[in-house]
Design a protein around this ligand. Structure first.
Ligand code: 16G
Ligand code: ZN
Length: 550
């Protein structure tokens, strides 16, 4: 029976030594924190990926990125065989492995091997990629060191967006051993062109025509989007890349998170014009939001909720036209604007489910539907389709029993689902999907924006001594602990028309998050402040007290 090759592992573990007392946990989307002092975590995650690969008998991905966090942070997440996030039961193993001292490292790995019944003699394969952070090169080398120490075959893809690595891992494990970055562009460029051809065969309305300006958060999305656009052809889609990393800092005053949370455009040099389409990616290009100016030059945001609504309604229309009966659903989180939930469920009669924050939770709920559209309001989302549902749509496209128009709708739906990266939210593929729908509908960004009007909303954060004192239930919409907090929130919320508010401990930052919405921005801001104050008072707030506003 094969055993762990202890001596080379321990030698390398010395090189990637753990600073004393350094503790981290595998959070909502992997480990994330200040890059300095995290080297050992990357090394150990390289080893953990090998153990997982041996267990699953498949390639495992390791992405080095801290997404929308500031440039000095970094992070690492593992990608499971079908391109999904690491299974939750392994998060604890990852946390323990990251936190043991070097002396306990071998013992901890043996514990994982035994508890998971891993055959060490199995082959292992690990795919690694990184974002553009200054620390990412050295930290991806630490992952490589870890993976090679355990004898894995490693493929280093260098710079990729997070969703590109998810796509490559999923395709490779699905049997396409020629998959690579180039094939990613070919796949999505061809799918997009095929969908536009389907649209043209409908010859319904005028094409949208003008360009779309994309703020790439000075991150890895910039060079990759340029390549994708080249593959599609500038005569077909005119993408203007902004914040390409040449001068600005990663995620600083730009990017999807900044735009969503601040509800304003990136600070530098957009010179926005009314009705023009603008979009922002985050630092690893798995989030997308759109925005524009209305005719009075007010900023108008079209966030993940609006993208979900656009996708779901488009899919519903095509299913109806093709006369295909499947279960379509939209998955949101508590952050979804109340108006979006109302529009999708009441006006459009599409099922809506609510999941906990974090892509892995939404993804899971979405896969229970035949076609699941999931999006977080922050712009992370995609569409999942069950295999038998996809087969049903495909066979409808060629069925003798269908009318020509029904077959065309089924064909178009197949083409649309091909444009979407089903493994994970992908800013580039979501951008193409939005552009294709607008083109097909002959819609301007204003037409899209008008499908519903958002309730004013506000996000705030409160520092507390220990954020784990707050526990929630009902997809984070209700607090269970401390017991006095939820009744107090309910009482305040009742004072505001259309009021809604919830609080939850962040999974990525040492804070408690507060969300509020109501009829006017003024009321919403008051509500957010009052709820923040309740958190401060009832859950052990530290530092500056949030100012109440009545
Ligand atoms: C991570 C999640 C994102 C979630 C956010 C919440 C993934 C890939 N990313 O960035 O989906 O919205 O955390 O952060 O799952 P919070 O817990 O700090 O509010
Ligand atoms: Zn991201």
């Amino acid at each position: 029976m094969a055993t762990l090759n202890e001596i080379p592992i321990l030698k390398l573990a010395e090189v990637h030594a753990k600073p004393k007392g350094h503790q981290m946990s595998y959070g909502t989307a992997g480990f994330r924190g200040n890059a300095s002092g995290m080297d050992h975590v990357f090394f150990r995650m390289g080893m953990l990926a090998v153990l997982r690969s041996k267990l699953m008998k498949a390639t495992i991905g390791v992405m080095v990125t801290a997404s929308h966090n500031p440039e000095h942070d970094n992070g690492v997440k593992l990608i499971d065989p079908h391109g999904e996030m690491l299974t939750q039961s392994w998060e604890e193993l990852a946390t323990s492995l990251a936190n043991v001292t070097n002396d306990e490292l071998i013992k901890e790995m043996k514990k994982i091997v035994d508890s998971q019944n891993i055959q060490l003699s199995n082959e292992a394969s690990v795919f690694i990629a990184r974002d553009t952070r200054p620390s990412s090169l050295a930290l991806s080398q630490a992952v490589l060191d870890g993976a090679t120490a355990l004898g894995a075959t490693c493929t280093n893809y260098g710079l990729l967006t997070t969703p590109q690595l998810h796509h490559i891992v999923a395709c490779y494990n699905g049997g396409n051993h020629n998959v690579n970055e180039e094939q990613y562009y070919q796949h999505y460029a061809n799918a997009f062109k095929a969908l536009l051809n389907e649209n043209l065969s409908y010859l319904t309305k005028k094409p949208v025509g003008s360009s779309v300006t994309v703020d790439c958060a000075n991150g890895v999305g910039a060079p990759k989007l340029v390549k994708l656009a080249e593959h599609i052809g500038v005569n077909i889609i005119d993408i203007v890349v902004h914040n390409n990393g040449q001068s600005g800092k990663l995620n600083e005053n730009c990017g999807a998170d900044y735009v969503k949370v601040q509800q304003r455009a990136p600070v530098e040099g957009l010179n926005m014009e009314p009705d023009h389409r603008y979009a922002s990616f985050d630092g690893d290009a798995d989030r997308l939001v759109y925005y524009t100016l209305d005719s009075d030059c007010n900023f108008v945001l079209l966030d993940g909720d609006k993208i979900a609504a656009l996708f779901a309604v488009y899919i519903k229309e095509l299913l109806n036209k093709a006369d295909i009966n499947v279960r379509l659903g939209v998955v949101q989180t508590a952050y979804a604007n109340g108006s979006s939930t109302n529009y999708i469920s009441t006006e459009e009669n599409i099922e809506v489910a609510c999941a906990q924050t974090g892509v892995k939770h939404l993804h899971k709920v979405a896969t229970a539907f035949d076609i699941g559209v999931y999006f977080e309001a922050n712009g992370h989302g995609t569409v999942t389709v069950k295999d038998d549902c996809l087969n049903k749509i495909r066979s409808a496209a060629t069925s003798e029993e269908k009318l020509q128009e029904q077959k065309l709708a089924a064909n178009k739906l197949t083409a649309f689902l091909d444009v979407v990266n089903q493994t994970v939210g992908d800013a580039m593929s979501d951008l193409l999907a939005v552009e294709a729908i607008l083109q097909d509908k002959g819609w301007s960004i204003r037409d899209w924006s008008c499908i519903y009007t958002e309730l004013p909303n506000r996000q705030a954060k409160v520092k507390v001594a220990d954020r784990t004192v707050i526990e929630t239930t009902d997809a984070e919409r209700k607090v269970t602990k401390p017991p006095a907090l939820q009744p107090a929130i309910d009482k305040v919320v009742a004072e505001y028309p259309c009021g809604r508010s919830f609080v939850r401990p962040s999974g990525t930052e040492d804070v408690v998050r507060v969300y509020a919405e109501s009829d006017t921005q003024e009321n919403t801001d008051k509500l957010a402040k009052r709820v923040s104050l309740l958190v401060y008072e009832l859950a052990g707030g530290v530092g500056e007290k949030p100012q109440p506003a009545f």
